[in-house]
Design a protein around this ligand. Structure first.
Ligand code: HGY
Ligand code: MN
Ligand code: MN
Ligand code: MN
Length: 412
């Protein structure tokens, strides 16, 4: 890190972001797309861009961009991540990549680097999908992986549609949709992210390069039975969807173990949701991921089969809807090798290459442009929780690695 200390630029940005959207009781972040906390984060991004004299713009899908050099020149190098969070998420998932992007630019300016390609810093909208149920909405729209019609049907828990939510937050939703012209101007996208696992902790490395993202998806299970009195309805007379749901949760664990995959029911809604009423509806959302498509098919197929059997056994109707799916992503081999070459020239920095079960905007964009990812060590591996962490030194090592990568790709 150079003397002007990009460490201090990193710290001051980090301190500014830290209070935004943090719940006073849980200490977790609730930065949901197009809400007040998200708007504050977006204002912070705009200010960072303007403070640095970068050309600021919001694209048709609400993603924020900060350009150094001519945005229309083509072959741009882009870095960044997202600022939204899961319910009660940690401070690092997303923001580390955005703050590191600005800090890396500060580092390159301190090095007096001369840019040969345009550089853009980006904050993708609604990466986590916490509000509308679909992850990576901003990058999916841009890449044409989410149609305008599908986007119009996205609705939050209060019945607010995505376009209305955008509008309420001051973004005109009329122009949303695929943006191939923008993607055509990008030569490479590199996303830095906190690791969401312990591979780097176990290998003793501060920074790693991503190899692949597991195929993953979300499925909604609607178990419909019959609401009735909890005190007066004999057990044999019940059609209780909670029972089939509970058995399905246990089946998911079993099937995931069998397939060497992961399966999680992390969200549930119950109707009528009364302590003294047998439910009429239990709606549970399954998130499942595996290293390859075959294992994912096996685990989800096994869970569906078990769920139908349990539903039948309790006289309950079952509908299963696949709400989203992202196929396996192999990051661009040439770009990955280039990153390894750039970072390998630093004598101390070994760069392990690792796969991940977490989804990212980089994964979505990899279908359209060369993308790569850098991971920063997470000492506990905990993520999507207020306990998510990364050591200060490791974050600064990440900034330097990103600066080296950007210098190698974009500078003379
Ligand atoms: O992996 C996920 O759940 C999300 O894309 N961050
Ligand atoms: Mn996440
Ligand atoms: Mn993330
Ligand atoms: Mn009564």
């Amino acid at each position: 890190m150079t003397e002007t200390s990009q460490g201090s630029s990193f710290h001051s940005m980090w301190r500014e972001l830290l209070p935004i959207g943090r719940h006073p009781d849980s200490h977790g972040y609730r930065r949901f797309a197009w809400t007040g906390a998200d708007t504050e984060c977006r204002a912070w991004f705009k200010e960072q861009a303007e403070t640095r004299g970068l050309t600021y713009e919001v694209d048709r899908n609400g993603n924020q961009w900060a350009w150094l050099g001519d945005p229309t020149a083509g072959d741009a190098v882009v870095t960044g991540s997202h600022l939204d969070s899961v319910p009660d998420g940690g401070a690092f998932d997303g923001p580390l990549g955005v703050v590191s992007a600005f800090a890396a630019l500060d580092e390159l300016r301190a090095r007096r680097a001369e840019f040969a390609r345009p550089l853009a810093l980006v904050n993708f909208g609604d990466e986590e999908g916490a509000r509308f149920g679909l992850a990576c909405v901003g990058s999916r729209l841009t890449a044409g992986q989410l149609t305008v019609e599908q986007a119009h049907r996205l609705t939050d828990g209060d019945g607010v549609t995505l376009p209305r939510a955008m509008e309420a937050a001051g973004h005109d939703p009329d122009g949303i949709g695929a943006d191939p012209e923008r993607l055509a101007r990008i030569g490479a996208f590199v996303e830095l992210h906190v690791e969401q696992g312990r591979a780097l902790d176990l290998s003793g490395d501060r920074v790693g390069i991503a190899s692949a993202i597991w195929p993953h998806g979300r499925w909604r299970f609607d178990f419909r039975g019959e609401a009735n009195h909890a005190g007066t309805t004999r057990l044999v007379d019940r059609r209780d969807p909670m029972l089939s749901y509970a058995e399905t949760v246990l089946a998911a664990r079993r099937e995931a173990e069998l397939a060497g995959a992961v399966a999680t029911f992390g969200k549930i809604s119950v109707e009528p949701n009364g302590v003294n009423a047998i439910p009429s509806l239990v709606r549970g959302w399954l998130d499942s991921r595996a290293a390859d498509q075959e294992s994912l098919d096996q685990v989800v197929g096994g869970i569906e089969k078990a769920a139908r059997e349990y539903a039948d056994a309790h006289g309950v109707d079952l509908d299963i809807v696949r709400e989203s799916f992202t196929p396996v992503v192999e990051f661009d081999h040439a770009l990955r090798d280039e990153l390894a070459r750039i970072l390998g020239t630093d004598t101390d920095l070994k760069v392990p290459v690792l796969g991940t079960g977490a989804g990212h905007d980089a994964g979505i964009l990899s279908g359209s442009i060369p993308t790569a990812m850098l991971f920063v060590r997470n000492p506990t591996g905990v993520s999507h929780s207020p306990a998510e962490s990364a050591a200060e030194d490791d974050c600064l090592a990440g900034v330097l690695a990103l600066a080296d990568v950007l210098e190698g790709l974009a500078c003379r």
